[in-house]
Ligand binder design. Structure first.
Ligand SMILES: Nc1nc2c(ncn2[C@@H]2O[C@H](COP(=O)(O)OP(=O)(O)OP(=O)(O)O)[C@@H](O)[C@H]2O)c(=O)[nH]1
Length: 377
């Protein structure tokens, strides 16, 4: 499994997903909410079909219609809550619990009419599987494990109640649904466990792929893909909270010399050294990305002036921490030049901000390097 063992699989599955996974998961939650709403609307047709075909019994039909209307109302509520820009962390847990429990309730209703129907209705039972499979779209391994365990527990409790309450073996038999047997229940519990394990593996694989595609292998920093994906939500957050947002494009000065004088492997170590120094100096809320080569972006929840002060402090930190290529080599002083652009005055989206920051970075280079430019003169 891409070089990872079972223990890593288990650890990663139980860990909270990172920001990117949560964002993809929020999109998945909306998709699931739309599917659920569409499916619930289709269920409305069932009582209508019964009326048309003359099989409508007033007592059962009214209860059924009421149930379907309730399901439609709930599905619309979940859809409303899943709409962006809201990202409710509890929502996937609530909707997965709802999906599983609704399936159990329908099975209970069937069991009240005929115990065998409650345990053997494959059409309704299959919604446990659907609920488990749909957690793959939310990209959270914990949610998959929880939903699988909930389905196994609820179906097990229903079966226990049915077998406990049945007084005679004839009560467990039905012309339409066959006979309810413990062995069948155990097989279905096993199927739910298998569906949970397969879905969990899919989630794990997806998490690994996102991790690989969103991170830079050399420094471990997020890469351009992640920046492009995440920036809109950072800007939305700043817009909603009336906050500030600045980006700083920074480029190491004369980095070619490091490669030329100390070798490319030392150049790689120098890049990791720089990132180490930056990481020590970053504040909570700052977000450092490797754009490519010796170019980085720092996203800060700060207005221009304070972002400039932060970058100046970072510049001094790096100047005070020279890079030592080898034990006997002379330390090399590394510096960077940087351009800052702030949202919204310098641009509304990432590409506008990067363009403006790049113009200022070029000026910093032209004016002698080792400096930060935040405004046009
Ligand atoms: N070791 C190593 N070098 C890299 C990596 N990515 C880019 N480089 C090198 O970084 C150097 C960038 O050189 P230039 O674009 O000419 O810029 P510079 O020498 O830093 O000079 P200025 O930016 O003008 O100050 C090149 O020699 C690239 O090969 C990397 O991942 N590892």
């Amino acid at each position: 499994m891409t070089g990872l063992g079972l223990r890593d699989f288990w650890r990663q599955l139980r860990a909270p997903p990172d920001t990117l996974m949560l964002e993809i998961g929020a999109g998945g939650e909306l998709l699931v909410a739309k599917l659920r709403a569409g499916l619930s609307l289709l269920l409305l047709l069932l009582p209508l079909v019964n009326i048309i075909t003359g099989e409508f019994s007033p007592s059962e039909g009214t209860a059924g219609l009421l149930g379907v209307v309730l399901a439609v109302l709930f599905s619309q509520l979940w859809l409303l809550l899943a709409r962006p820009p809201r990202r409710l962390r509890w929502l996937p847990w609530a909707t997965a619990s709802y999906d599983v429990t609704l399936t159990t309730l329908v099975l209970v209703l069937l069991a009240l009419g005929s115990p065998a129907a409650g345990l053997n209705s494959m059409v309704v039972w299959a919604f446990y599987l659907v609920s488990i499979l749909m957690t793959a779209l939310r990209n959270d391994g914990r949610l998959t494990l929880y939903t699988g365990a909930l389905a196994i527990l609820q179906y097990g409790a229903l079966a226990a109640a049915v077998f406990h309450l049945a007084h005679a073996p004839e009560q467990l038999a039905s012309a339409d649904y066959g006979t309810a047997r413990i062995s069948n229940v155990l097989q279905r519990e096993l199927l739910l466990a298998i569906a949970t394990a397969i879905t969990a593996t899919v989630v794990f694989r997806m998490q690994r792929l996102v991790e690989l595609s969103g991170n830079d292998g050399l420094t471990g920093l997020p890469n351009r893909t992640l920046l492009v994906h995440r920036f809109p939500s950072l800007a939305d957050g700043a817009r909603e909270n009336g906050g500030s947002l600045s980006i700083c494009l920074l480029d190491l000065d004369y980095f070619r010399r490091v490669n030329d004088e100390a070798g490319r492997a030392a150049g790689d170590r120098a890049l990791r050294h720089v990132v180490g120094v930056f990481r020590q100096a970053l504040d909570h809320g700052d977000w450092l990305v490797r754009l490519g080569g010796e170019e980085f972006v720092l996203v800060m929840p700060l207005p221009t002036g304070r972002a400039w002060e932060r970058m100046e402090a970072l510049r001094r930190e790096l100047a005070a921490a020279p890079f030592q290529p080898g034990r006997d080599d002379d330390p090399m002083r590394l510096t960077f030049s940087a351009g800052i652009a702030s949202w919204p005055q310098d641009g509304n989206d990432l590409s506008q901000l990067l363009r403006r920051a790049d113009l200022r970075l070029r000026r910093a280079k032209l004016e002698g390097r080792n400096r930060v430019v935040a405004r046009d003169t």
